[in-house]
Design a protein around this ligand. Sequence first.
Ligand code: UD1
Ligand code: CA
Length: 437
Amino acid sequence: MLNKKVKSIILAAGKGTRMKSELPKVLHSIFNKPLLGYVIDAVNNTGNVDENYIIVGHEAQKVEEFVIKNYKNAKCILQSPQLGTGDAVNKAVPFLRDFDGYVIVICGDTPLITSETINSFIEFHDNNSADLTVMSAIFDNPKNYGRIVRDKNNKFIAIVEEKDASPEQKTVKEVNAGIYCINWKTVSKAFQSLKNNNAQGEYYLTDIVKWAVEQNLIVQSYILENNEEMFGINSKAQLAEATKILNKKSLERLMDDGVQIVDTNSTFVSPETTIGADTILLPGVYITGKNIIGKNCKIGPFAHIRDGAVIGNNVRIGNFVEIKKSTIKDNTNVSHLSYIGDSELGEKVNIGAGTITANYNPISKVKSKTIIKDGANTGSNSVIVAPVTINEMASVAAGSVITKDVEAYSLAITRSPLKIFSNWVKTKIQQYSGGNK
Ligand code: UD1
Ligand code: CA
């Protein structure tokens, strides 16, 4: 148990110029989830933080929309113009006037940070009754980061930004990871006293270290074990790199759980997907969002599971199949070229090649549900127009368009009758060859 309550301030006002995008940096996604979502989730999943203040600025409205839609315990605070990280945190001060607890400050563009690390960081701070704890990391090439400066007795006394550092300070390999745990009551006064007389003309959050040392407060650093976790995204290349790292972690977790992955280079699975043992993922599988997939399934090659799939055991999801927000029960096959969206598929259902659940009405913008019950089957190239139910053991003939419920054990067919004209081709050939003479 911690001695104090914890809140967070998440910095997300910056423009992210190097992304070269109209979209604010923190809304760029990995597996369909914005970078900012990863950070808020990591903070919330600690179970120790009850409230998050998100500092927004560049394209504030878009960022706020995402936050409000997805997080009840987060509040956005506008920082305009953006005068530096210290100014950003200062914007939250009026909202935390009477708060007597810890505040975690973290950047919204570091999607690889884990809640385990944040928790052990908070505990470290709490156990030492510190006033300020700075997360640091050791890099062989510390370029561009703020350096942790210590005095002769190895006491942590300041953070110096690369642009302000002396040649000697630049040799320091311990850098500021940009994550802070602040005993709010004793340190929040620092924000009014920050100055911008530095190389970038910004109000540096990092200057609170020097301030706290001058006040004889307890200041310490916590060295990050895995440097990957502080990886900040500034460019599209770094976004791809972070995707790779998250995917690798995800695939390793799945293989530990007994999932067989044929080609780890071409298989992508989001961190929030769980898969049962002995399921095989064939090359080209791309799974985003939150999904639960059972045991002994065969998925792919080239299958796309988008989000909200709950798939049972012994299910086959085959080539070029897309699944979205659907429940699929045990022993069901969706083998090739099909789209299953907003659907409930029972057990032992067989979906023929090219079956489409037409779930979306582009005029009303309403999405509707398809229910296909146990043992039913659809023939190839059928279109199931939702909302509609195909009951137990019913059969949909190939090429049919289903717009009404189909009763159990019946056949539904919308095909026009087949006509065969004997010798039709032969007649044509004779006709044309005759005509040429
Ligand atoms: C900062 C630290 C540096 C540390 C590094 C770790 C400072 C002065 N320096 O540098 O010591 O090594 O992080 O990554 O803090 N932001 C705002 N409002 C602002 C300015 C920035 O919200 O006015 C946000 C940005 O969107 C970004 C974060 O704060 O998410 C960090 O700002 P940035 O300017 O990138 O700091 P760094 O130069 O990386
Ligand atoms: Ca900067």
